[in-house]
Design a binder for this molecule. Sequence first.
Ligand SMILES: Cc1ncc(COP(=O)(O)O)c(C=O)c1O
Length: 415
Amino acid sequence: MGSFGKLATRALETEVPVMVKLQELIRGAKNAISMAQGVVYWQPPKKALEKVKELVWEPSISKYGADEGMPQLREALTKKLHEENKLYNSSVMVTAGANQAFVNIVLTLCDPGDSVVMFAPYYFNSYMSFQMTGITDIIVGPSDPKKLYPDADWLEKILSETKPPPKLVNVVNPGNPSGTYIPEPLLKVSLSLSLSLHTNTQTCKNSLLCVNLPIDAGSWLVVDNTYEYFMYDGLKHSCVEGNHIVNIFSFSKAYGMMGWRVGYIAYPTDVEGFSDQLLKIQDNIPICASIISQHLALHSLEVGPEWVTNQVKDLVKNREIVLDALSPLGEDAVRGGEGAIYLWARLPTKYHDDDYAVVRWLAHKHGVVVVPGSASGCPGHLRISYGGLIEDDCKTAGGRLKKGLEELVKDGMVQ
Ligand SMILES: Cc1ncc(COP(=O)(O)O)c(C=O)c1O
């Protein structure tokens, strides 16, 4: 009954969410452990939860709040952006998570028919956000084969040769699905610096923002900093700011607030009309982020970033467990992992056409679920998420994954 013809092409042509497919797989594979979804195992800070518990009877909690976010929270976030991210000229809008922030930004900046740029392997939800908002010209660029850094030379060529130039360039730092960190020299160049450095190709080499972003043509760089605190081995996250740059952040992973749905946008204060247009989009999607969730976000911020880094530091052990689990694929098969909660691994060539088959086989035969690389535009790879399991469970899951991959390499997908 019914006809697809009655549904929007926009929706029909949007990918099926990989996590929805995998949740079905998890339900169907008895006792499988998930290393699929990008989650953390901790809850929000206890102190913050206790404070929020007391708030439920407060009438303002049940009302709508300001579209752009609670003033106290925005004030605290502006301070955080100054002190931690060195963003001094950005305004804040609080959203129902970073995914909604990204949709807001796409709707504010792009029109159907515009072209946009991403780098493979890309974050599947951002790709879908483009598709579902009618942006069909998604140009997917290459990453450095070893480090998975976005290819700046390719970007420069695309920006200068595509007419009209792409409207938006999207990067995730550190990356999902790879965990790759785009290092400071490649990213941390302010707008003015990038313009002045542009004449100096020597210094400029490999700097993503040094490519000639055609600012006059209205190209935007949108950086997703969801994993800003998830940095390992002494690396430090940094942000860039400018009148063609938007930064997106999330409370989900850092403060264990996935289900509370709070994220935020830092957009350039000086760009005329930005906040007015952004507000129209916000008013028609969530109106405002959940008020009680915003209170939890505020109290979590009061607990401070040290709380987060303290949680994150233990994930290094999980990363080691997963690295060992991936060893049957060979040392050269594994990439990324400097940050975020992911490792990225290449499967043997004969499985490059059907990484979903490998994922299904691992789930049913070996009881562990991971994400196929084809969901991120790179068939023949796997994304392994290690943030959602405490160390003991990670050891169990890692053991299953290692056994499965040993078998895959030696005997193939024996049922
Ligand atoms: C890069 C990236 N951006 C955004 C999100 C979504 O975050 P939120 O829960 O804040 O919507 C995720 C979640 O996995 C992510 O990995």
